[in-house]
Design a protein around this ligand. Structure first.
Ligand code: ZN
Ligand code: ZN
Length: 610
């Protein structure tokens, strides 16, 4: 292992960047060009979502139309442009950022979802106005909601070729990242078996447009976008188990072609439409993710459509044993990097010389050490002091803050490895902190422990368990404004549906599902606390003498020390203390043999029983 105490920040290319690349002055001339184009096409408004045809969390540079037009770089949002108004819709995370990034004399930030797009359009457009939209970038679900909400106002939504693409002179080309084979030792099931298994439940061909579904189904991974190892492609799964795959030939090597075999027929993306035309209905589409374009193409040909969830979603969520094994192995290596990082932080933070960016760089550097890291699984959140209270904070050169001794530092990060995806948050003290911080931290920890220990009858969903994580906070009049956990992919998306630990989730939890367990507490302007482990659902061991009910439990994937300096032991029950001590003993025995000597000593100290 390298000497991780020395302050050597390798200046190799990082996955994460700290630049805010846009200039507010670029927006107005582009907006003027768009309006001119709108006038020529006789549309009264045009919608500019931050979306591509695959509805993913990350988009390729060519699909950054919202950023190009407005300057706004946030990970969610959209714009609506009329002849005299340009609304940039952003949620609570981006209220401050948007004001710095867009030309405020031309663009108006709109608080979303408090103000709905439908209401905004009705306010700024006359009755019967024509709203143009790119039917590749919107889903039937989305458009139906808009349609219904504006019906009384008679707005006409008209699919139209993308107007941003028409005026964006140097728009990047679509990505052509190569496909990679996901080896069977990590996938755990051949794609022949997966296709045959799924096809049995089909009553007609299923159109699949979600890249992680296609990657899972065919045991491949892609490299078209950052953070999520998925390919941009479309697929049709037929009732005989064969697949038509629409993908740029440049992405498919001979080796991958051999892996896909004869039952996966390759076509260029331009063949997608013509092959849809030849399908015999009912054709299965997912209204939450399929582009409107697909539904309209089928409709034009009078081919019957059946609205059903993408057939890959649930099977993909139920990880098999090899996938769980891979997740465990990835978490072990990731845990080593995290332990080295936390040890380094304990040594360096008291100097007061570190900044948030130093922290992010160091952590990425350690994850890269001999670790099989393919990418980070999202932009690391490193929030010192009050920045920790900004739930989706991402440090840039403009917001970079010193890590001041005696504050809380929240670090939420993860890695993409061939065998699994990780996502972990630790909140640490950079010196002695006050009692309030300790009380809040302990309550958050108690919530994490409650989820880690719960045993529940089969059939319950995330909404049935979410409150357990909040109970310790609720009793103190506190809460947090995010779900307790999200699904996680196996070397796929770090946010993967359909299961969640959240009030809104009615998807029953099933064996093999991987989730995060991440309660938190945020005090605006002061500090933020979140503790996050990944967990997976498994059968509960039998209890002698108990009823013979089928019950489930969570097993933990993440083993990394939790900062004992922030715990007020007097608030905890004996069972909670036992859980923590057991967790720490396991952490020490898993990571101890794998970390550097300096970290080994540190690890033994910080995992000692409380
Ligand atoms: Zn996280
Ligand atoms: Zn998470």
């Amino acid at each position: 292992m390298p000497n991780i105490v020395a302050r050597s920040m390798g200046w190799h290319r990082m996955f994460q960047s700290f630049e805010t690349k846009t200039d507010p002055s670029d927006g107005p001339p582009r907006l003027a060009a768009l309006r001119e184009h709108m006038m020529r096409a006789a549309v009264d408004a045009f919608l500019v979502p931050r979306a591509d045809a695959h509805q993913g969390e990350y988009v390729a540079p060519r699909d950054e139309r919202l950023t190009w037009l407005t300057g706004f770089t946030g990970s969610a949002g959209f714009a609506a442009v009329t002849s005299d108004h340009a609304g940039v819709f952003i949620d609570g995370r981006y209220r401050v950022q948007v004001k710095a990034q867009v030309a405020l004399d031309k663009f108006t930030p709109v608080s979303w979802p408090e103000i709905k797009l439908a209401d905004w359009l009705m306010e700024h457009l006359p009755r019967g106005a024509i709203v143009g939209f790119d039917s590749w970038l919107h889903t039937p679900d989305e458009m139906e909601t808009l349609h219904k909400a504006t019906a009384d106002h008679g707005l006409v939504f008209t699919p139209i070729s993308n107007m941003i693409d028409a005026i964006w002179q140097d728009q990047p080309a679509p990505p052509v990242g190569p496909l990679l084979i996901q080896p069977i030792e990590f996938a755990g099931e051949t794609h022949d078996d997966k296709r045959a298994r799924l096809a049995k439940a089909l009553t007609g061909p299923a159109v699949i447009t979600l890249p992680d579904s296609i990657a899972w189904l065919l045991n491949v991974r892609g490299s078209d976008i950052v953070r999520n190892p998925v390919p941009h492609a479309f697929a049709i799964l037929h009732i005989d188990g064969s697949v038509d795959l629409f993908i740029d030939a440049a992405k498919v090597s001979e080796e991958v072609e051999a892996h896909l075999g004869a039952a996966v027929r390759l076509h260029g993306p331009d063949r997608f439409g013509p092959l849809l035309d030849g399908l015999t209905g009912p054709v299965q589409l997912d209204r939450k993710s399929v582009p409107v374009w697909v539904a309209e193409r089928l409709e034009t040909k009078e081919i019957k459509v059946q609205w059903k969830q993408d057939p890959c979603i649930l099977p993909k969520a139920r990880k098999n044993q090899q996938e769980i094994n891979g997740m465990e192995a990835a978490h072990l290596r990731d845990g080593v990097a995290m332990a080295e990082f936390l040890c380094w932080l304990d040594t360096e933070a008291p100097s007061g010389k570190l900044t948030e960016i130093d922290v992010v760089r160091k952590l990425e550097t350690l994850r890269r050490v001999d670790n099989g890291l393919r990418d980070i699984s999202f932009e690391t959140i490193a929030g010192a002091g009050p920045n920790g209270a900004i739930v989706h904070y991402r440090v840039t050169n403009d917001t970079n803050r010193p890590v001041t001794p005696g504050e809380l530092l929240l670090v939420d990060s993860g890695g993409q490895y061939l065998d699994g995806t990780t996502d972990i948050t630790r909140t640490v003290a950079t010196g002695p902190v006050g009692d309030l911080e300790k009380t809040c931290f302990t309550k958050v920890l108690q919530g994490l422990i409650a989820i880690s220990r719960v045993r529940w009858p089969e059939g319950l969903a995330g909404r049935d368990l979410d409150a357990l994580a909040r109970f310790p906070l609720w009793t103190a009049g506190l809460d947090y404004d995010h779900g307790t956990g999200h699904g996680v992919g196996a070397y796929l998306s770090v946010h993967e549906g359909p299961q969640r630990l959240a009030r809104s989730s009615n998807v029953p939890l099933e064996v093999g599902m991987c989730l995060s367990n991440e309660p938190g507490y945020y005090r605006e302007g002061a500090f933020g606390i979140r503790i996050e482990n990944l967990i997976h659902v498994t059968r509960a061991p039998e209890i002698a003498g108990a009823d013979n009910r089928k019950m489930l439990v969570f097993a933990t994937l993440t083993y990394v020390p939790i900062d004992r300096r922030l715990i007020d032991k007097t608030l905890m029950s004996r069972a909670e203390i036992d859980w923590l001590n057991g967790y720490h003993a396991e952490t020490n025995s898993r990571l101890g043999p794998r970390v550097s000597p300096v970290t080994q000593d540190w690890l033994a100290r910080v995992t000692a029983p409380i």
